[in-house]
Ligand binder design. Structure first.
Ligand SMILES: [Zn+2]
Length: 92
């Protein structure tokens, strides 16, 4: 397992500084430079646990039917040609 822990995007509200951190989702995160308390704004893809920590690893990609560009599984419209992507078989 390469990616056992979820990575989160953190933001310091006052300065807008952002950071990525592997975190359990609780606890307090403080910006090393400003000392500001940071809040979790998002979980980054791919969601842990998964086989790879790489955002665009093969299992997270599919090819667009029209332009054959590789795009993320989580993308609903092809960013290259705009083609609406079909729902994934057997999942959500
Ligand atoms: Zn396309």
């Amino acid at each position: 397992m390469q990616n056992p822990q979820q990575t989160y995007r953190l933001r310091a509200p006052a300065s807008g500084r952002e950071a990525l951190a592997r975190a359990g989702g609780d606890g307090v995160y403080v910006d090393r430079e400003s000392g500001e308390e940071m809040e979790i704004v998002a979980a980054t893809l791919p969601l842990a646990p998964s086989e790879s920590a790489l955002l665009r690893s093969p299992e997270n990609l599919r090819a667009c039917r029209r332009c054959d560009q590789l795009i993320g599984l989580d993308v609903s419209d092809c960013p290259y040609c705009g083609l609406r992507q079909p729902a994934l078989d057997g999942s959500s």
